[in-house]
Design a protein around this ligand. Structure first.
Ligand code: CA
Length: 230
């Protein structure tokens, strides 16, 4: 089945070019010209990925992202932000809200399609996650709750394992502290984002040489390396 992409972009020429190229690559494409149209579209149809321009004529792309990520029906859809130079602050807010990637205008449509494919592959891999996985020095059996680093077993608490597995399943994508709080601890928690740092630190220490697979993304959160590089 073809992947369905929602392109949210008010610049007609640009949305036409992007839509054309995605269609040529076999994607099903829907275009929304305003934030409001985008939010209505996701209520009516299922999408595999949303390409979201941050500067929209009605509500901002950031606000659209916030609404998408706050709704359990749409929170899992990967969002790629389309930003302009000088929108770094919005980009950081977008990541905090759970956006997956961004491109800066003017961007190469070809590169955008490559990135989209890679995000979709990872999203697919995490929904069909196998019980066991191995990456470089790290081996995890999530069903048996067991972790090994360089074939030596490491004892993680249930929460630490959940944190590790969540970062791994979304490897290559930045996860904000807030998102980790929600997903690992659950929404009703007294835990603060500082506690997230403490837990990540502990997991890293326990993983020893494999601890470096969890990277810190300054000001935003954490990212599990896409590849072990070793
Ligand atoms: Ca725009």
């Amino acid at each position: 089945m073809a992947n369905r992409v929602l392109i949210v972009e008010d610049e007609r020429d640009l949305s036409r070019v992007v839509a054309y190229n995605f269609q040529k690559e076999g994607f099903d494409v829907v275009v929304a010209f305003t934030g409001d149209q985008a939010l209505r579209a996701v209520k009516e149809e299922r999408f595999d990925l949303i390409l979201l321009d941050l500067m929209l004529p009605d509500i901002s792309g950031i606000e659209v992202c916030r609404k998408l990520k706050a709704n359990p029906q749409t929170s899992q859809i990967p969002v790629v932000m389309v930003t302009a130079k000088g929108e770094e602050v919005d980009r950081i807010v977008g990541f905090e809200l759970g956006a997956d990637d961004y491109v800066v205008k003017p961007f190469s449509v070809r590169e955008l399609i490559l990135r989209t494919r890679s995000i979709l592959r990872r999203a697919d891999a995490s929904t069909h996650a196998p019980d066991r996985f191995e990456l470089g020095k790290l081996k995890v059996d999530r069903a048996a709750h067991r972790v090994w680093v360089e074939d030596k077993e490491v004892a993680l608490t249930a929460l630490e394992l959940r944190l590790l597995v969540m970062l791994y399943d979304r490897r290559g994508r930045v996860q904000s502290r807030e998102l980790l709080l929600d997903e690992v601890w659950g929404a009703d928690t007294d835990v603060t984002s500082r506690n997230v740092d403490t837990h990540v630190k502990r997991v890293r220490e326990k993983l020893g040489p494999a601890g470096e697979y969890i990277e810190t993304v300054r000001g935003v959160g954490y990212r599990f390396r896409a590849e072990s590089d070793t």
